[in-house]
Design a protein around this ligand. Structure first.
Ligand code: C2E
Ligand code: CA
Ligand code: CA
Ligand code: CA
Length: 278
């Protein structure tokens, strides 16, 4: 083990260099991609499983690189967050998602809520509410049809300032939801202090339902907290009918996951809206 120490070290620094250069390349590529049509949006249905009814979509960013193919958001969002490209990407997705939702309404399709992810970096912009408000005005979408999803880990720092920004967003009439609930190491206290409408149960707690006793306990507890704080609750990552049935039994009606539909382009999402039960 001792003899291989030097090699291990050399391997490690090489790999680090590779990662840094890969990161820079990715960042440069991303900057260029923003000026092209490589960045676009897919939509995943959110369903009321009890009423068997579509209630909304989550907008998820996609990057189709001409040579590298599809680059998943889990790879480029962190790079974008470190290079201040995230605001541009975030606003691009927001504008496109609002525009799309308004277009569907103009076609006379049943109105649904469009959920858009907000990065912790965007949340720290003091003029965020004005920027979002401007996009609503520009696209003509009424604020009640927009929801912003914010991961729990975003509230750890600058909580007081974040409360101000969230209150401004809520004052405009936008809905707010806590994403990835239960994964952020933060205290439950913020649920009381922050003006949230909805909690999203992270898919890691849903994956092993109904077999894993710990996950059952956690999901049950989250549903109970949401009910007593009078917040909506939605489960993510529902892939199987057995998970759906179990969640319904626990009293969680709203669901999102491959069982109901994968993220898909605007045309497929529109087709879902057309066949939707009214
Ligand atoms: P997220 O916000 O938690 O989004 C849910 C992710 O789970 C999506 O991955 C979605 O495709 C995936 N998913 C949905 N249903 C299922 C299921 O039944 N099973 C499994 N295994 N996965 C499911 P995606 O699109 O790759 O996005 C990953 C993450 O990237 C998102 O997690 C979000 O944190 C981030 N992201 C995506 N779009 C944006 C965006 O426009 N802005 C920001 N700031 N972040 C974004
Ligand atoms: Ca989300
Ligand atoms: Ca999530
Ligand atoms: Ca996530």
């Amino acid at each position: 083990a001792k003899a291989s120490g030097g090699n291990t070290y050399r391997f490690f620094t090489q790999e680090m260099n590779l990662r840094i250069s890969e990161r820079v390349t990715l960042e440069n590529n991303l900057r260029r991609a923003l000026d092209s049509d490589e960045i676009f949006v897919h939509y995943q249905p959110q369903t009321d499983a009890r009423k068997q009814r579509l209630v909304g979509f989550e907008a998820l960013v996609r990057w189709q690189h001409p040579e590298l193919g599809i680059i998943p958001p889990t790879r480029f969002i962190p790079v974008a967050e470190e290079s201040c490209l995230i605001s541009q990407i975030g606003e691009r997705v927001l504008r496109e998602a609002c525009q799309q939702n308004r277009r569907w309404q103009d076609m006379g399709l049943p109105p649904v809520v469009m959920a858009v992810n907000l990065s912790a970096v965007q949340l720290r912009q003091p003029d965020l509410a004005q920027r979002v408000g401007a996009i609503l005005t520009e696209t003509g979408l009424d604020a009640r049809w927009l929801e912003l999803e914010i991961t729990e880990s975003a509230f750890i720092h600058d909580t007081d300032r974040i409360i101000d920004v969230l209150q401004e967003l809520q004052a405009i009439g936008i809905k707010l939801s806590v994403d990835d609930f239960g994964t952020g190491y933060s205290s439950l206290g913020y649920l009381k202090r922050l003006p949230f409408d909805r909690i999203k149960i992270d898919q890691s707690f849903v994956r092993d339902l109904p077999d894993d006793a710990d996950d059952i306990a956690i999901v049950r507890a989250i549903i109970a907290i949401a009910a007593s704080l009078q917040k909506e609750v939605i489960a993510e990552g529902v892939e199987q009918a057995i998970q759906r049935d179990f969640l319904l039994e626990l009293g969680c009606d709203l669901m999102q996951g491959y069982h109901f539909g994968r993220p898909a382009d605007a045309a497929s999402a529109e087709a879902m809206l057309r066949t939707m039960r009214r």
